[in-house]
Design a protein around this ligand. Structure first.
Ligand code: AGP
Length: 616
């Protein structure tokens, strides 16, 4: 996700702020980005600005013959969500006059509506949702005779639906930076000679360890004299700085020991980002921009083929159940490395969906090209904006999971499943799915983040379970129906970061061979949630119990019956069967994480693996 840094010199005075802002951006590089920019305001109220696509070094190259002498400055690294990777889309963004200058991290879901309703006569230079916010502030600012930037920002934010971490300045009030936070972190740093604002604490550490983490709904006003915090009613809030003892790496992980755990914990929020602006609850419909297919063309699709690798493949397997159940859409799922070489038959009216977090996986890219060569329409479900698969597909959906830095995919996986759910709803409501069912599906989807959070709260419980099993060298993961792919995903998570041999399979397959391996040295993690296959899963668990297999069960909260079959049990909230993979996967992610930590492995950078497999 994007990175923000802001700096204002205390007690006035001016200096070259470019090196300070650049060094701040460099400490945010780990977040992933595709362009960067900065603006500095001097005591005369003039603005100096520069932008560049590519790495920060490209921006530094542009700055090298310039001195950005000023009293305050804001800077930004952009992780593209709305709009391609272009200089015009790079932050900071401005209003029509160029006198309001803003950087933003997050997603303004209703930016199109706001532009349509309030900003018809404004001139826009970018495709971003952020620029709309700059103009919306201008809309209110001009009504205050350009004298109340904070009040104008508050009025604008009261209309915004979405998430934001914002820093905004105005040449008409050149001695202040106004910040706001909702869903995208912002941290205030109180140094001896300056106030700073940043997306996490790492850029602050060279200047101060005295910080205040803004809360959702808080507005921060920085001037050379002091800082003040307000709520969205413009009422002052008393907050005092805390002293953090983190080093840079700890600050980048937000205090988490590893990026993987941070990314598991981010899932309730990143899941919301996947859905942002794509569901219409009142009509029980979904709308995925970027498909570049009319409703009629979507109705013409008679088959979907999902192609992917690893965790993305497992998300595709979940997608098969969802697309066939919700949209009655015949769906095949294939491993990309097999599809591309087997001279596949691609039927007419097929839509091939290539799922890839990185958008750079060579096998998936090769399969996309092969499917298109065979006449299939293709689309991507990708996390990295502007990646090769996204561009090659020419149409598709970004999952908005933010940069996934741990090699083991977690938040990208759940967002891939989320997008497949939204696609199934969109297709279903174009054909047979009734309004009431569509509304019910949306209601269940919107309840998922809170239910994920309930499971994440059991992190210590799951850590204690992992402690009991850390010495085991073999594991089975089993599930049925839509949770059979989650058994595969749970096994992949465990093996790829803890190096324990783990095998996932549909439970019904046990009796066809694998049960021969069941004994007290081969624990089994089983998904036994209250769904249409519950009784069959209970039978499988009893078969394992009878052979002295150790059982870790993932069960529906309140189910006391199944507890007597377990050696350990992890309860998850009840949800619809179609959405249950979004919950059953979370205990498996946490279990794998703790097993790897307890076994002393390099959790974020496991041996032999790369985050993006760009070779065959
Ligand atoms: C998942 O935890 C693994 N890191 C790996 O299987 C990954 O899902 C696979 O390589 C596909 O990567 P992609 O989504 O970037 O295409």
């Amino acid at each position: 996700m994007c990175g923000i840094i802001g700096y204002i010199i205390k007690e006035g005075g001016e200096k070259n702020l470019a090196p300070i802002l650049i060094n701040g951006l460099r400490r945010l590089e780990y977040r992933g980005y595709d362009s960067a920019g900065l603006s500095v305001i001097n005591a005369k109220g003039e603005v100096l600005k520069e932008k560049s696509v590519g790495k920060i070094d490209s921006l530094v190259e542009k700055l090298k013959d310039q001195e950005f002498i000023g009293t305050l400055g804001i800077a930004h690294t952009r992780w593209a969500t709305h709009g391609g990777v272009t200089e015009s889309n790079t932050h900071p963004h401005t209003d029509c006059s160029g006198r309001i200058i803003l950087v933003h991290n997050g997603i303004i879901e209703n930016y199109r509506d706001l532009r349509e309703k309030f900003l018809k006569d404004h001139n826009f230079v970018s495709e971003t949702d952020t620029e709309v916010l700059a103009h919306l502030i201008e809309y209110f600012y001009t009504q205050t005779n350009k004298k109340d930037l904070r009040g104008s920002l508050i009025k604008a934010l009261q209309l915004v639906v979405g998430t934001y971490g914002i820093a905004v300045v105005s040449l008409d009030e050149p001695n202040k930076i106004i910040c706001a936070r909702k869903g995208s972190p912002l941290v205030l740093g109180v140094a001896d000679d300056a106030f700073l604002i940043a997306s996490d604490a790492s850029p602050l550490l060279p200047h101060t360890k005295k910080v205040i983490y803004l809360e959702d709904g808080e507005i921060l006003e920085l001037t050379p004299k002091d800082f003040q915090i307000f709520n969205l009613k413009d009422e002052k809030i008393a907050r005092t700085p805390e002293e953090i003892e983190w080093n840079e790496e700890q600050a980048q992980k937000g205090g988490f020991p590893h990026f993987m755990l941070k990314e598991i914990f981010e899932q309730p929020n990143t899941f919301k980002d996947a859905l942002a602006g794509r569901l219409v609850p009142n009509d029980g419909v979904a709308h995925l921009g970027g498909l570049r297919l009319t409703d009629e063309e979507l109705r013409q699709i008679k088959k979907i083929k999902i192609i992917a690798c690893g965790s993305a493949f497992h998300a595709g397997l979940v997608g098969k159940y969802i697309l066939e159940h919700v949209a009655w859409m015949p769906t095949d799922v294939e491993v990309a490395s097999e599809f591309r070489y087997r001279d596949p038959v691609v039927e007419d009216n097929t839509l091939t969906i290539c799922i890839s977090q990185s958008g750079e996986t060579a096998d998936t890219l090769g399969a996309l090209i092969e499917a298109r060569r065979k006449g299939s329409k293709v689309m991507g479900i990708v996390n990295v904006v502007g990646s090769t698969i996204a561009r090659e597909a020419g149409r598709g959906v970004y999952i908005h999971a933010g940069p996934e830095l741990s090699v083991a995919s977690t938040k990208a996986f759940t967002n891939q499943v989320a997008i497949l759910m939204v696609l199934a709803l969109q297709l279903g409501r174009l054909t047979h799915l009734p309004l009431a069912t569509g509304k019910l599906i949306i209601k269940s989807i919107l309840e998922i983040p809170a239910k994920m959070q309930e499971i994440i709260k059991q992190n210590e419980v799951i850590k204690n379970i992992a402690e009991k099993y850390k010495a085991y060298e073999d594991f089975y993961f089993i599930g049925r129906g839509i949770n059979a792919p989650i058994a595969l995903e749970g096994a992949l998570k465990l093996k790829e970061i803890s190096y324990v041999h783990a095998e996932g399979m549909p439970s019904g397959e046990l009796k066809h061979g694998p049960i021969a391996l069941i004994d007290d040295k081969c624990p089994v993690m089983a998904i036994v949630t209250k769904d249409s296959l519950y009784e069959k899963m209970v039978s499988n668990v009893e078969e394992i119990k009878a052979r002295h297999g150790k059982l870790i069960l993932i069960a529906t909260e309140g189910d006391e019956d199944v507890k007597k079959l377990s050696d350990d049990i992890i309860y998850i909230p009840k949800t619809s069967e179609m959405l249950s993979p979004l919950l059953t996967v979370v205990p498996m992610q946490l279990f794998a994480y703790h097993m790897a930590v307890l076994r002393g492995k390099d959790v974020d950078r496991p041996r032999n693996l790369a985050k993006s497999v760009t070779v065959e």
